[in-house]
Write a protein of this length. Structure first.
Length: 238
């Protein structure tokens, strides 16, 4: 079984495939290209949860030689200090839609508080644990936002609503939503390029984060391959 990895932009996709050398096999799917590297089919699906969900759904629905056992939302993102400093890795214990809901006079109400849908997907706990151990990633909730945080006040609001959050990005929940519709578990892995809070582009370390993402996927491959084998055996026993 294969693993589908969805990034936002080609630079992130290439950082993942670089862990396995050059010359990845490329296969077209509706709306994009899958770059095959190691056990991963890697797709740059676009920025934001809507683009990520659409790209993931197209890739999962496309004819493939092997079914997908896992979908991973991956790339760079903002880290909440001090839990996830620049250049570190974060792996999601929960993939959370942090700004999906309604603004009221009494504050933000999540979509679940309105009686609709869901706002969190939980990746497989054993896989999160093993991946954190293999890569040194910090486990914790990773928040999906449609507007990147740019102030101390908003940072405080997010941490108050989601204690223990380690990172924010813009695609994870969309990827997980699409994967769930196909009955495939989802995971999110982020390399930290900047600190969540007031925007200071001079302090961003995008190159370092992309390098960390490459190193992480070299260590991730044996973990997910082992997990997919055991998951397949468990389902067969059931």
């Amino acid at each position: 079984m294969r693993v589908l990895v969805v990034t936002a932009v080609p630079a992130e996709r290439d950082a993942v495939t670089r862990a396995f050398g050059t010359g990845a096999e490329v296969r077209g799917v509706p709306g994009g290209e899958l770059h095959r590297a190691g056990p991963f089919d890697v797709l740059a699906g676009g920025v934001g949860p809507a683009a990520a969900a659409a790209a993931t759904a197209f890739a999962l629905a496309a004819p493939a030689p092997e079914p997908y056992a896992l979908v991973v939302s991956a790339g760079i993102g903002g880290g909440f200090a001090p839990a996830a400093p620049l250049g570190s890795l974060a792996v999601a214990t929960g993939i959370v839609a942090a700004d999906l809901g309604a603004a009221t006079a009494d504050g933000f109400v999540p979509v679940t508080g309105l009686g609709f849908g869901r706002d969190t997907f939980l990746p497989p706990g054993d896989l999160v644990r093993d991946l954190a151990e293999a890569t040194g990633a910090v486990p914790g909730p990773v928040l999906t936002v449609s507007t990147v945080t740019g102030s101390a006040a908003r940072t405080a609001e997010l941490l108050a609503a989601h204690p223990g959050a380690v990172a924010e990005a813009m695609e994870g929940f969309g990827v997980a939503e699409a994967a769930d519709r196909f009955g495939v578990p989802a995971l999110e892995l982020r390399a930290v390029s900047n600190t969540v809070g007031p925007r200071d582009r001079a302090a961003w370390r995008i190159g370092d984060a992309l390098a960390a993402l490459t190193a992480a996927f070299g260590k991730t491959a044996p973990v997910v391959e082992s997990w997919t084998r055991h998951d397949r055996l468990d389902r067969h026993r059931d």
